[in-house]
Design a protein. Structure first.
Length: 602
């Protein structure tokens, strides 16, 4: 348990670094936590072959680059003891060829990099070279270290190839035997589930069978959290909801390295605010249970770092990303009615028993029941504040425990700031499996775009109202119709939601048949999707998110440019016989935007 604790968000988290892990495993005689290393088999096959290609492993800090290097070293016959010694550059002979492994390029001093990189550049460009390379480097440090040696044609050539590999993933120079893998592009949600499986089912847990705390009446909160993390109950929604949060964060541009996912899982199991550094040890469990505060070890609180001091949770990147969802602070009327009045309201009796009373450990705890009763009986202000704090924890628990069949009844995603996240994930899943996108999502997107493009509460859903104020300025209100673009495919026009080719999706506007004008696309992140949903239901665009508003106005400007190009291709001039036709927007009684034509003689 002490070894596991060092993976958590504590000051001495030595287990965050591969070299420290190997020393700790040897010291404690523990079977290592085996994490997925998706590149190892491919790299071993490559370097053991007759014509190996040098390889760069890149990503963000904590993605497992050094871990991959060590696994390759060991698989190819390298001595683990030699690796643990910590040399920056390791060389391994494979037959008559040598493999140079640099476990972290950023560790090299400039003079060391200036010696290594020219040799690397020469060897990867020479088909007859007997040396191949495996380099690990963070995104920023990789290009920075390439500047260390004096400029040369070989280094410039390799740098150009690496820059292209970072952007497109393809090597433009066939004369350079070099490949690159970016670990930050691996799906973190999938990795999180693998880490949960490895940690929660590690053989070290067998030692807990003889622990007195696990056999006591109060039980052991560590084992309780582990049980919930495993999720033995059928159709347990816990992992699905956690996966959803990680996936949404990643699609918003917030990556979860392996290091952070390990910290998340460990904190979820061991977290408690009364423990040292906020993480329980076995010795502290009896005291915590006897104090009657074991419920504060709730795994549903720990996921958001509630076991840590507020200042520390705010400074920890992992919890900043998860707390961006606002779970616990946000709520729906149905959830709060259940939590506050469910014990006395017959309308909620069945759900209250199923969702609250069935969980005496973290649900209907004595402190919650007492605070609820005091609140309903007109408690003092201090008691009301205490009850609101308890409500926060209960909302967090319900987010992870409400069954799927009740998710719509209790407006599950209203517990977050992303009320349309459920629909977003549904669209992403439908596109990934090549199924039809839900009509509800398409109409919401189109209505949101129309209200942003016009600055009016228009109701059009079967056509995109591309409006302008007479120029390409980002005017808040645009009274002139430039084009009405059909949403269903018609006459070469179409508005659709399609895959972006990288696991996400985008809105695509097609203006003409053929390839004269390519479809204009805009990637829809969860934040942009939420923005369109809020605007579609009546929120003011600029008051919700200025950044999203500006992004969509820029998308509108691209559409305006392409509609002008289309008119030129079709020979449709704005001015005919000295007359200019303007089309002003009129709103019908049902809120649809209609064109009112006005001819101006020029």
């Amino acid at each position: 348990m002490r070894f596991l604790r060092n993976y958590g968000p504590i000051p001495t988290n030595d287990n965050m670094y591969d070299e420290s892990i190997q020393r700790a495993l040897k010291r404690h005689k523990i079977v290592p936590i085996t994490l997925p290393a998706p590149l190892v088999d491919r790299l071993v096959e490559n370097f053991s072959g007759p014509n190996p290609t040098s390889h760069i492993i890149t990503g963000t800090a904590g993605d497992g680059k050094t871990y991959h290097c060590r696994e390759v070293w060991t698989a190819l016959g390298g001595d683990p003891a030699t690796w643990i010694e910590g040399a920056k550059v390791q060389t391994l002979w494979i037959g008559s060829r040598s493999l140079v492994i640099v476990k972290d390029l950023s560790e090299l001093r400039d003079d060391e990099a200036a010696t290594l990189i020219p040799s690397f550049a020469q060897d990867v460009a020479n088909p007859q070279a007997s040396t191949s390379y495996l380099l690990a480097a963070n995104h920023g440090q990789l290009l920075e270290k390439l500047k260390s040696p004096p400029p040369s044609s070989a280094v410039k050539r390799v740098t150009a190839a690496i820059e292209e590999l970072l952007v497109t993933g393809t090597n433009p120079d066939s004369g350079i035997a070099l490949a690159l893998s970016d670990l930050s592009r691996s799906p973190a949600a999938e990795m999180a589930m693998r880490i949960i499986e490895e940690v929660s089912r590690h053989e070290g847990w067998e030692g807990c069978g003889n622990c007195a705390a696990s056999a006591s009446d109060g039980g052991c909160p560590i084992l309780e959290n582990r049980r919930r993390l495993i999720g033995d109950a059928p159709n347990d929604p816990f992992k699905r909801r956690l996966t959803a949060l990680i996936e949404l964060s990643e699609r918003n541009g917030s990556h979860f390295p392996v290091r952070q996912l390990l910290a998340l899982v460990v904190n979820s199991i061991l977290g408690h605010p009364d423990a040292r550094d906020g993480l329980m040890s076995c010795a502290e469990v009896p005291t915590i249970v006897q104090s009657g505060r074991a419920e504060l070890a709730s795994i549903y609180r720990n996921i958001f770092g509630e076991n840590l001091r507020p200042s520390k949770a705010e400074k920890t990147e992992l919890f900043r990303k998860l707390n961006a969802f606002g779970i616990g602070a946000g709520t729906s009327n149905s959830v709060d009615n259940l939590l506050v009045y469910g014990a006395d309201d017959p309308a909620y009796a069945d759900d209250y028993a199923r969702l609250i009373l069935s969980d005496p450990v973290y649900g209907a705890t004595p402190s919650y029941v007492t605070a609820q009763r005091s609140y309903l009986e007109g408690a003092e202000s201090t008691d009301r504040i205490a009850f609101l704090t308890v409500l926060r924890s209960q909302r967090q628990r319900l987010f992870f425990t409400i069954p799927e069949e009740l998710a719509s009844t209790y407006d599950l995603w209203d517990l977050t700031v992303f009320r349309y996240a459920g629909l977003y994930l549904d669209v992403a899943a439908k596109i990934a499996t090549k199924h039809t996108v839900p009509r509800q999502a398409v109409t919401m997107i189109v209505r949101g775009l129309n209200r942003i493009f016009t600055g009016m509460l228009v109701q059009n859903q079967d056509e995109l109202v591309l409006a302008t104020s007479g120029s390409y300025s980002q005017s808040k209100r645009s009274p002139l119709i430039d084009e009405l673009i059909s949403v269903p495919r018609r006459g070469g026009e179409e508005v659709a939601v399609i895959s972006d080719g990288a696991g996400g999706f985008c809105v695509s506007v097609k203006l003409v048949r053929g390839t004269k004008i390519s479809p204009i696309t805009l990637y829809l992140s969860p934040t942009r999707f939420e923005f369109l949903g809020r605007v579609a239901e009546g929120a003011l665009p600029s008051s919700f998110s200025l950044e999203c508003h500006e992004d969509l106005l820029a998308f509108k400007a691209r559409l305006l440019r392409e509609t002008e190009n289309r008119r030129k291709l079709e020979g449709d001039d704005d001015i005919n016989d000295g007359e200019l036709m303007l089309r002003f927007i009129d709103l019908s009684s049902d809120g649809r935007a209609l064109a009112r034509r006005l001819i101006v003689r020029v």
